[in-house]
Write a protein that binds this ligand. Structure first.
Ligand SMILES: C[S@@+](CC[C@H](N)C(=O)[O-])C[C@H]1O[C@@H](n2cnc3c(N)ncnc32)[C@H](O)[C@@H]1O
Length: 274
């Protein structure tokens, strides 16, 4: 087999760190359709890190959408592959059949020759130079099954602040910001966790800066809703952002009951201006 494409980076991870993006994936109409319609419901978790915990969590959550979903955890670091295999075996999970739908193997952006319908790469590209992003995206896009999607995201150590780009085979589709609304002072607290492709563009004159500034202003304007709790305040902030008098941002309407503060916009709303 040829060498996996990419570079070994820090392996920081943690239990439930990626819960907000997992919850979003499970509820996203686009992801649900892709997974349900796939002839082979194969998902890749690229760069799962020092322990395979987030891969197992992803598998369990996606299996609520489609029970026969299989997840392959790919790591560019051979020792991390060995650790993941040993841990899953040690737990007896293969023998009992509980995790036969999850495997771990060596691979990089070339996806080890697999053709998944969904690739999740969290906290991977963040450690690469920004110039490496287009090629990494293109390499993964090229390997997608028909209708396939990629989630390229970044979050803090505990997963309270999280941002991700959803891509299809042709390019980026949307940006999502997700947080625990109890742990922020203002929406732009998420700026430090923007994906590599946007973080350097959070400056006046760029669309992502305009969105975060408007979100902060809207958040301040709906401070009165804070008496009902930060989740209600977050919804009111989304509502205001959609208002024509407030910029008319095409923010996706929130789900009816949502514990996370989530803000999703089409990619065109934040795409960097050169
Ligand atoms: C910070 S950890 C992220 C772990 C987990 N995804 C999370 O968010 O908690 C990044 C991992 O990505 C791996 N990695 C970096 N580039 C990769 C590539 N091109 N293909 C596969 N794994 C890669 C690194 O070896 C490292 O273990």
């Amino acid at each position: 087999m040829s060498r996996p494409v990419g570079a070994i980076t820090r392996g920081t991870t943690g239990y439930n760190r990626l819960r907000r993006s997992d919850r979003w994936l499970v509820h996203s109409a686009r992801v649900r359709t892709a997974l349900s319609a796939a002839s082979d419901p194969l998902v890749v978790d690229l760069g799962y890190g020092a322990l395979p915990v987030t891969t197992l969590e992803l598998a369990a959550r996606l299996q609520s959408v489609r029970a026969d979903t299989r997840v392959v955890g790919l790591e560019i670091h051979p020792e991390r592959v060995a650790t993941a295999r040993a841990l899953v075996l040690q737990a007896g999970q293969d023998a009992s059949g509980r995790h036969t739908s999850v495997e771990f193997t060596l691979g990089g952006f070339e996806l080890a020759g697999l053709r998944p319908v969904l690739v999740r790469a969290f906290n991977v590209l963040r450690q690469y130079p920004v110039e490496a992003v287009p090629e990494a995206w293109a390499t993964m896009q090229h390997r997608l099954a028909p209708g396939g999607l990629i989630v390229d995201g970044t979050c803090d150590e505990l997963g309270r602040l999280s941002c991700w780009v959803l891509l299809d085979a042709t390019g980026p589709v949307s940006l999502t910001l997700a947080c625990d609304p109890f742990s922020i002072e203002r929406p732009s607290d998420l700026a430090v966790r923007l994906p590599k492709v946007l973080i350097h563009h959070n400056v006046p004159g760029q669309r992502i800066h305009a969105l975060l500034s408007a979100a902060d202003l809207a958040w301040a304007s709906v401070a009165g809703h804070g008496v009902f709790g930060p989740r209600v305040r977050w919804r009111a902030m989304l509502e205001l952002l959609r208002d024509e008098n407030f910029g008319g941002f095409p923010v996706e309407p929130p789900r009816r009951r949502m514990r996370d503060g989530v803000l999703t916009v089409p990619w065109a709303t934040v795409a960097p201006l050169s």
